[in-house]
Write a protein that binds this ligand. Structure first.
Ligand code: HQG
Length: 181
């Protein structure tokens, strides 16, 4: 089985799988040997070196090992309730971006940007990344978020270990439609 497909299964196990419960909620870590066992159900060739290659080559840095390589986790994107990944809260740039699809706009402007099934709303550092994220859902559109004001006015904004900005919720007063310059 090609690495891309194994990586998709790995993302499912580490971020979304409820049954069986592999994940230590505190830190989001899973045992590498358990994960290898589970992935062998899909491809009998999976071993530590395959996981090491996936972790090293993932274009978004989705996963990391602990220092012993006995534990592995997804750095963000979980839907498993209660997973706590320690995240930093650096000073944000003035603006950040959220990519979505045009069909969600009415609802987003009414309700704000919600995390939906995931633990956090994912926020991109640039317009281009946001277009890519939004395209996954249909006709993309980018919302420009007043990130500095958001934080200065008491809201929490985090950055995941692989550099994705995240918030629990973004109220409508902090964003507007962003058109390319
Ligand atoms: C939308 C990928 C209606 C929201 C990407 C989004 C990203 C609303 C969708 C990461 C809404 C949720 C996350 C509201 C939010 N009404 N729709 N009030 N509030 N939405 O997939 O941000 O490959 O959970 O705009 O690169 O698209 O998984 O989030 O369109 O970084 O590593 O509801 O997933 O990374 O969709 O993507 P998602 P997302 P990975």
């Amino acid at each position: 089985m090609e690495l891309k497909k194994i990586s998709i299964k790995l993302a499912f196990l580490l971020r979304h799988c409820r049954e069986p419960q592999y994940i230590d909620l505190n830190g989001g870590w899973a045992s590498v040997s358990e994960i290898i066992k589970a992935l062998r159900g899909y491809s009998k060739d999976v071993d530590l070196s395959v996981l090491e290659q996936i972790v090293a080559e993932d274009e978004k840095g989705r996963y990391s090992f602990d220092e012993t390589h006995r534990k592995i986790r997804a750095n963000q994107g979980h839907s498993i309730p209660g997973v706590i990944i320690e995240m930093e809260q650096p000073e944000p740039p003035e603006f950040l971006y959220h990519g979505t699809a045009t069909r969600f706009l009415d609802s987003i402007f009414k309700e704000g940007i919600k995390s939906q099934k995931r633990d956090y709303v994912h926020i991109s550092k640039d317009y281009e990344t946001a277009v890519t994220v939004g395209s996954r859902h249909g006709n993309p559109i980018v919302l420009k978020i007043r990130a500095k004001d958001f934080v200065n006015e008491g809201h929490e904004l985090y950055i995941s270990p692989n550099g994705v900005w995240q918030a629990k919720y973004v109220p409508p007063e902090y964003f507007s439609i962003c058109y390319p310059e």
